[in-house]
Design a binder for this molecule. Structure first.
Ligand code: FCB
Length: 449
C-alpha cells in the first residue's frame, strides 16, 4: 500500500475566497476588486460562499467527505483589521472553527497569508515583514497549542508575479523591480513567521510554493537553456533560499541583476540566513507544467509555448499532466532529503453544473483526482516522503481575478442561494479516502427518462 497510516487526505480553501466580508477589515483585495475591469464579471469577496456564517455547514461537508485534514486560512485582514492590532472576536471565531475540526477528528492545516493582506500594507515595503510577524504572533498565541501544521506564505512566486509584476492581482502593481523586491519580503515573512511558530513546541512551519516543472519544447540547446532559466525564475528562486542552505541561486541572481540593471540592494546581509533552515516541510501547489522555448533576451530569454497538440486539458486550458507531479515529488525528495512534502493544492477547473437529476457529474474532475493521487502514490513508492494530499478546493469559490466563473470545488456552490451540493467527485474522493487511497469504481450515472 502506497499511502502510509496517518496520511493527510484533505482539501483546501482560503479566507478571502470563501468567507465573505462580515465585519473584517479592509483588505488589499477589496481595494483591487473595485478597480474597473480587474475582476472577470466584476465580482468580489464581499459574500463569496458566506463561510464566515455557514462554517458549521462546511464542517458537516468535511465530515461527509471523510476528510482527514482541512486547509484553510485565517483572514489576515479579519484578524488584524487595521493592520497592527488583533481583533479578539476574529481569533474567537477561528478558535471555535479549529476546535470543531479537531472534535470531528480533522487535522487543521492553517495558512497565515493566503493573499488577503490588510489594506495599507504592501510587500513592496520591508515593513510588511514586521506586520506579518505581529499577525503570526497573534494567531500562534491563540492556536499554536492545537494546530500542528502551519503554512506561512501561499505561493510567493504568484504573489510577486501577479500582484507586483503583471498587476493582475492585488495590489495591482506592474513593475519588475518591485516584484523581485516584494518576493524577497514574502520570503523574509516566511522566516519571521516560522521563528514565531517555533517558539511553540510541536508546530510545523512551511511555505506553500506554486511549483511548475519546466520542460524544453525541443531538444535544442537553446530550448533546454530556456527550461533551466524558467525553472530558476519560477521554482529555484524560492526553493533554494528556503531549503537549499546557501541562499538565492547564483545564476538567477545574475539574471535579475542583468534584467533590472542594478544589484539586489534590498537583499541585506543576513537575510538569506533568516529565510533558510526554518522549514519543517514543503507545501507544493501543483496544477500543470510549463513547456519552454528560447526567446529574445529582454527581460526573460525564454517563453512559455506549450504543450502543443491534443493533450488533456481542464476547462481553463491547462494541460493535465499527473506524471509531471510524480517526477516533481521524486526530484524534490532527492534534492532536499529530510524535508517532508505535502501537496497543499492540486485540482482543476471543470465547469460542470447540476444536470437533469440535480446532481453534478464532474467525471473529468474524478479522473483528474484519481490520476494525480496515483501519481503521488507512485512517488511515495519511489521513496518520496509525502505526508498529505489536499485537493483544491473543498468548494467552488471566488477565483481571484477570474471571479466566480472557474469552478474548482468537490462541492458545488450555488452563489445566489449559497446552497452546497456535493459533486460526484466529492463522493468519489470520500470512497477513495475510506479505501486508503485505492481508486474506487467509477460512479454509475442513470440516463435521463
Ligand atoms: C492557487 C491559489 C488558490 C487558487 C488556486 C486555483 O494559485 O493558491 O487560492 O486560486 O490557485
Amino acid at each position: 500500500m502506497s499511502f502510509p497510516d496517518g496520511f493527510l487526505w484533505g482539501a483546501g480553501t482560503s479566507a478571502y475566497q470563501i468567507e465573505g466580508h462580515h465585519g473584517r477589515g479592509e483588505s488589499v483585495w477589496d481595494e483591487f476588486c473595485r478597480r474597473p475591469g480587474a475582476i472577470e464579471g466584476g465580482g468580489d469577496g464581499s459574500r463569496a460562499c458566506d463561510s464566515y456564517l455557514r462554517w458549521r455547514e462546511d464542517i458537516e461537508l468535511i465530515k461527509e467527505l471523510g476528510l482527514r485534514a482541512y486547509r484553510f486560512s485565517t483572514g489576515w485582514s479579519r484578524v488584524m483589521p487595521g493592520g497592527d492590532r488583533p481583533d479578539p472576536k476574529a481569533l474567537d471565531h477561528y478558535e471555535r472553527f479549529v476546535d470543531a475540526l479537531l472534535e470531528a477528528g480533522v487535522e487543521p492545516v492553517l495558512t497565515l497569508n493566503h493573499w488577503d493582506m490588510p489594506a495599507g500594507l504592501t510587500w513592496a515595503e520591508r515593513s510588511s515583514v514586521n506586520a506579518f510577524r505581529t499577525y503570526a504572533e497573534a494567531v500562534a498565541g491563540r492556536l499554536a497549542d492545537r494546530v500542528t501544521w502551519w503554512i506561512t506564505q501561499n505561493e510567493p512566486w504568484i504573489i510577486a508575479l501577479l500582484g507586483y509584476q503583471l498587476g493582475l492581482h492585488a495590489p495591482g502593481v506592474a513593475d519588475l523591480g518591485t516584484a523581485v523586491k516584494a518576493g524577497h519580503h514574502v520570503l523574509l515573512g516566511h522566516g519571521a513567521a516560522a521563528d514565531v511558530l517555533h517558539a511553540h513546541p510541536g508546530t510545523k512551519a512551511g511555505a506553500a510554493l506554486s511549483l511548475f516543472p519546466c520542460d524544453p519544447a525541443t531538444d535544442s540547446e537553446e530550448d533546454r537553456a530556456a527550461a533551466i532559466g524558467s525553472d530558476g525564475y519560477v521554482n529555484r528562486w524560492y526553493l533554494d533560499p528556503l531549503l537549499g542552505g546557501s541562499g538565492y541561486p547564483a545564476d538567477m541572481r545574475e539574471h535579475w541583476e542583468r534584467a533590472l540593471g542594478h544589484g539586489l540592494d534590498f537583499v541585506h546581509d543576513g537575510d538569506e540566513a533568516a529565510i533558510g533552515g526554518r522549514s519543517d516541510f514543503l507545501g507544493i501547489n501543483y496544477y500543470t507544467r510549463r513547456v519552454m522555448a528560447a526567446a529574445p533576451p529582454a527581460p526573460f530569454p525564454w517563453k512559455v509555448v506549450g504543450p502543443s497538440g491534443d493533450v488533456a486539458r481542464t476547462d481553463e486550458g491547462w494541460e493535465i499532466n499527473p506524471g509531471a507531479l510524480r517526477d516533481l515529488l521524486i526530484g524534490l525528495s532527492r534534492r532536499f532529503p529530510g524535508t517532508p512534502l505535502m501537496i497543499t493544492e492540486n485540482g482543476g477547473v471543470f465547469g460542470d453544473g447540476p444536470t437533469h437529476d440535480g446532481q453534478i457529474h464532474d467525471n473529468r474532475r474524478i479522473a483528474y483526482l484519481r490520476d494525480h493521487v496515483e501519481a503521488v502514490g507512485a512517488a511515495i513508492d519511489a521513496g518520496a516522503d509525502v505526508r498529505g494530499y489536499l485537493h483544491w478546493s473543498l468548494m467552488d469559490n471566488f477565483e481571484w481575478a477570474l471571479g466566480y466563473r472557474p469552478r474548482f470545488g468537490l462541492v458545488h456552490v450555488d452563489y445566489a442561494s449559497g446552497a452546497r451540493t456535493v459533486k460526484d467527485s466529492g463522493r468519489y474522493y470520500a470512497r477513495l479516502i475510506a479505501g486508503g487511497g485505492t481508486a474506487p469504481a467509477l460512479p454509475r450515472i442513470e440516463a435521463f427518462g
